[in-house]
Ligand binder design. Sequence first.
Ligand SMILES: [Zn+2]
Length: 482
Amino acid sequence: MKMKGHVGMTEEFLRELDQWIESNQENILNDLTQLVRIKSVSGEAEGDKPFGEGPAKALDAALAMGQKMGFETENYDYYAGSIRYGNKPEIGMLAHLDVVPEGSNWNTNPYDVTLQNGTLFGRGVSDDKGPGIMALYVMKFFKDKKIPLKYGLRLILGCDEESGKGFRDMEHFLKVSEAPLFSLVPDASFPCCNGEKGILTGSFVSEPLESTLVSFKGGQVHNMVPDAAEAVLAGITLEQAQNAVGDMLKVEEAENGIRFTAKGTACHAADPFNAVSAVERLASGLLKSGLVSGKTARILQFIADIQSDFQGTKAGVAADDKISTPLTLVVGVAKTVEGRLNLSLNLRYPTTATSQPIIEKLEAFAKDYGYSLTDINDSKPLYYAPDHPAIVTLVNTFNQVTGLNAKPKVIGGGTYARAIPRAVSFGVEFPEDSNTPSPYPEGHGGAHQPDEAWSMKALNDCLRIYVQTILRLNELDLEMIL
Ligand SMILES: [Zn+2]
């Protein structure tokens, strides 16, 4: 952790920073625990809370922490809030307080922080309450140490990052306040993401179902590969079903027919390459069993084909520009609505691609199976050249602090960086697990997965990196370069 030639980054400074971090461990853990205990899944509006009680409670709690530290806070009508320190214009840090639903298969309580051998477990510890707390303590460090900054700091906390409804929190924030001069989003990976793929969402709606397919459902959120799915078929016996599916699917008696269940491996839709889709397994299993035919078979065949891989190969939309990972296509949620099957679409296209031809191909592909594509939302890609001075500063600081030689990358994840002007995501994941080895079984430990984990060491390292990065950014003329 040697860093010479920059203001405030002497060995003495770094020692002081380490001591300060050490003396704040308990407070950091307590504040994080307080936030994780609030189940803050973004939902329907309740009174003056646009995303329901949970996210609002988390925002109240986080702003109270900021106030207790002596910062000014603002609540933007429970869409978002901010905590400010020092001069304007500011460097922003953007984190979200809402979380994805806990899902199943946890080994610890999702709504509490379990600390085991230096690892924190709980929904939101890494995505994104932990990074939010980390950013709050970055501010506290500058305040405690009375370090003068040309650009003040502002932590902006949103309440609607995970719903997939287009970052309504940041949209509102920009209406009632102004974006910082430059913002860091600790919600992806180091050394820095200089780009984010375009994200296309929508719904495939089938033609009316025949009475044999009573229901078909799987998944909870559009941006995850579903790990469980079930369907009910009428007009067959349990024995017929068991003989037909063998061990492909689980079979049991249900109220209005026979229930078939499939399991998969959940994974974030931005990086689904190692996931297994339970809805695809279920659809393929039913098709192979021969228990479905005609229109029902065609409706299920669409699921099997569109999720035969996660790159949209059969739909003809596969693309790879080598700047980012290839185009990805995930059906996160399948459900029966008013006698039709609804499938959510979550497609991430390379920064150099345009969405219109992709939409047209998907529409034509879906039509062949009796589906239509509706509710299309297109979030355009974000891109900064890797040699942009702000990007260079982030990457160099990260590499010097860690001794790594990491390169910025374009990601499939959509972060707040695309929701406000002049922002990039910076952390908190380390490249190639260099910081947090993953001792968890497949499908556990990551963001949006059961047993979501983050190590205390990683949190502390992020704090160090952020403090030093903010000092470095203060040496730049941000007004000129952004
Ligand atoms: Zn996140």
